[in-house]
Ligand binder design. Structure first.
Ligand code: NAP
Length: 425
């Protein structure tokens, strides 16, 4: 029996699905000891700090992650930053294979004037702020104007718009960060525009998310029926299934508009952002539209136009992704998930993606290197192990219980670390 040692960098969905694929590859001839490294004190990546808190069902995949994590062949090394606490070279030296699963955390920018004015922020800051990511607790989110503009036509833009336009008490029974719920309760925002630069047939939303919108109990959702009819005419009968399903969902919204609520989300198509106006704070956004320039007065602009991967020393990056061929990077390094293919697909997409990369990895491996354990390189470092994380998890769930929340998340590194029974190497 050959026992291979594999390091996975990043404890998000792509990392766990890579671990699962390794477990599936194990047979009577070979097994895999998996060490997962995570910069934060908590695992689960976007399932914890990306998925919208009003969509708790999507987070149930964390049960799959925890099953993998309690395997005897699995160790979690959270609060360990690769590139700082350990080098990529050290991992490549001590493991038979290193799998990069670090996702894409940097929000793409528009490159238009005014993008740096107060009140203009990326979904890459706003989303982790309301999801209690400990690095984003202090993000400045001005919510005092009446109107917000969300730029982008994907599911992240939709999440952002929905969270801004929900009746905030709907977030009480969720794991939204306390600071965000407090801020939303004081928010003046009543109108949220989603500005999409192309026609409805090109929108990147997925139809289950669109079909959820009419279920909002305290928010009007407005889509111009003429826009959707025009898009349906443009695509004709040859529309792909997903496009057709999206247009059907949007047509349903357009034909069943509610207007009685105080809060409204409105979709704007063919609106290309040109300039963000304001000096000390955002005052409006100028769009170029088919009928000429149009300015929307607004004090908050959230850009949700995709992400790039964050560079890590020792890993080759290009165009916001890790340089790779089918997941092979260099030497014994592999990449999975958004860091490999860019920020696309739903959580489950990472499962098939990881499976195909791990199949290649399985073919590449010959004999184990039998190198030293990583622990001696972490001497003096405070590592959050699986046991520590379970203590954090239990403490958060217990704190949420009296409030009828699935959990009350720790808001800072200190609070999270205080919950853990930290193991010092
Ligand atoms: P996305 O789906 O790729 O959408 C990005 C949007 O930004 C597109 O509409 C794109 O328009 C627009 N855009 C790009 N550059 C722009 C620019 N310079 N100006 C104006 N608009 C611009 O990305 P995402 O919303 O960040 O989502 C990432 C992935 O996560 C997606 O696969 C998404 O489905 C998934 N996700 C899923 C869920 C869920 O299942 N509930 C929730 C959140 C995210 P063009 O098409 O014109 O380029």
């Amino acid at each position: 029996m050959s026992r291979f040692k594999v390091a996975i960098i990043g404890a998000g969905p792509a990392g766990y699905f890579a671990a699962q694929a390794l477990n599936n590859l194990a047979d009577q001839d070979r097994s895999f000891d998996i060490d997962m490294f995570e910069r934060l004190p908590t695992p689960w990546g976007l399932v914890r700090s990306g998925v919208a808190p009003d969509h708790p069902k999507i987070k149930t995949v964390s049960k799959v992650f925890e099953k993998i994590a309690t395997g005897e062949n699995f160790r979690l090394f959270a609060n360990v930053e690769i590139g700082k606490d350990l080098s990529v070279d050290q991992l490549q030296e001590r493991y038979d294979a290193v799998i990069v699963a670090t996702g894409s955390s940097l929000g793409k920018t528009l490159g238009i004037p005014g993008e740096n004015i107060r009140g203009s922020l990326s979904a890459a800051s706003f989303v982790p702020w309301y999801n209690a990511h400990p690095d984003f607790a202090d993000v400045d989110v001005p919510l005092d104007s009446q109107t917000a503009v969300v730029i982008g036509g994907g599911n992240v833009a939709m999440d952002v718009a929905r969270i801004l336009a929900l009746e905030p008490s709907e977030l009480d029974p969720t794991d939204t960060a306390d600071h965000a719920i407090d801020a939303f309760k004081k928010s003046g925002i009543r109108k949220v525009y989603i500005a999409i630069r192309r026609g409805a047939e090109f929108a990147a939303f997925t139809s289950p998310e669109l079909r959820d919108l009419p279920k909002l109990e305290h928010t009007n959702v407005i889509i111009d029926e003429n826009e959707i009819a025009a898009a349906i005419a443009r695509v004709g009968d040859s529309a792909e299934k997903d496009v057709k399903s999206n247009l059907d969902a949007m047509l349903f919204i357009a034909q069943n508009q509610k207007t009685e609520h105080e809060r409204t989300i409105e979709f704007l198509f063919s609106h290309t952002p040109k300039e963000i106006q304001g000096s000390s704070h955002v005052e409006g956004v100028v769009f170029s539209t088919p009928t000429g320039d149009k300015t929307i007065k607004s004090g908050l602009v959230v850009t949700a136009i995709g992400y790039n991967a964050l560079d890590i020393p020792g890993i080759p990056f290009e165009n916001g992704k890790v340089v790779n061929v089918d997941g092979r990077v260099k030497g014994n390094m592999y990449v999975v998930g958004w860091a490999k293919r860019g920020p696309s697909g739903v959580i489950g997409t990472n499962k098939s993606d990881a499976t195909s990369v791990i199949e290649l990895l399985g073919k590449d491996l010959s004999a184990p290197k039998n190198k030293d354990d990583i622990s001696d390189l972490l001497k003096g470092k405070t590592v959050v192990t699986q046991k520590d994380w379970e203590a954090i998890n239990a403490a958060e769930i217990a704190a949420g219980e009296p409030l009828s929340k699935p959990r009350r998340k720790g808001l800072s590194w200190n609070e999270l670390m205080a919950h853990a029974e930290i193991y010092h190497f």
